[in-house]
Write a protein that binds this ligand. Sequence first.
Ligand SMILES: *Cc1c(COP(=O)(O)O)cnc(C)c1O
Length: 395
Amino acid sequence: MSQHDDLEYQLDTLALRTGHTRSFEGEHGEPIFLTSSFVYANAAEAAAKFSGQEPGNIYSRFTNPTVAMFEKRLAAIEGAERAVATSSGMAAIMAVAMSFLKQGDHVICSRAVFGSTVAMFEKYVAKFGVQVDFVDLTDLSAWENAIQDNTKLLFVESPSNPLAEVADIQALADLAHAHGALLAIDNSFCTPVLQQPIKFGADLVVYSATKYLDGQGRALGGAVVGSHALLEEVYGYVRTTGPSMSPFNAWVFLKGLETLRLRMREHSSNAQKLAEFLDAHDKVEKVYYAGLRAHVGHELAAKQQTGFGGIVSFEVQGGREGAWTVIDHTQFISITGNLGDAKSTITHPATTTHGKLSADAKAAAGIREGLIRVSVGLEDIDDIIRDLSRGLDLI
Ligand SMILES: *Cc1c(COP(=O)(O)O)cnc(C)c1O
């Protein structure tokens, strides 16, 4: 498929075909270019490629054909101009910070973001004289109040982890743009299948490809998606400083994208059924899933998203003991902090993913001892429900 044809195809076609030129050996699968550098016919060609007069590959820290296929395909299904792949999700977020912030700048970040994102801003980005404030995702006036003359970036994860709070992306984009700042959304939980933040005014979208883009827990990777102009900055940072994606991992993610829509639809459908089951269970005190009408973010999520995703969190009776009883009585659900996998996973946020937070910080973030997070996989939903019921029935 040539690039200008891409505009005529729907997401399902783009997810399987974009970037695959079939120009090498007539192969049907996407080739993996495991090469660090590229060679030229003569000195003049090398000079033309190095100077940028002629497009072409030089070195795989800069560009690699397999990685380029993944970048084109992800940008196409996002409906964005360009994507730059990175070695992990954190590398993508760091690339945004390093590309668009300088000493003296100010960032506003939603409070309930991935733990390493908080540490990245507070411990590393702050070392370079960039100040960061954390605010409540859903409290628009808190965002407005946090704006300063030197605010350059609003960084948001929506829906949040683990409580599935939903940010009003359009309102935050308007706020950012009124003050000359950029809005970046960490869209790892929804993927472009369920949410396309650029349509609501976001400037940059970042991914941990490690999660649903792969979908089978095989490889680490990330990406930044956005306009040509912004992504040229990100590309320059990545090619110069080196958090580039490996060609092999790009190939894994290409395979992941082929089934992304089917998987996200099934994850969402299983999660909805689980959330409804838990909501009706007498040992469950509260369920956090935006697909439930009673969830505070339901209407906004229904407006911004085409599905509610695969992450369901819930609080059980009995605090930590109750939560651990449910976790320890599962037979096949994997006890792990990872998520976005075809296999269901379960974790106790208060003692794992959020274990380092102080008691006050946990309380502020709503991470109670009875809270459990399930990344609902693609197993049969009745089996998933039965696996969770074993412990629930003992509480
Ligand atoms: C996992 C995750 C990250 C970090 O991604 P890595 O690929 O582990 O570096 C960032 N944001 C969200 C929402 C995540 O779930």
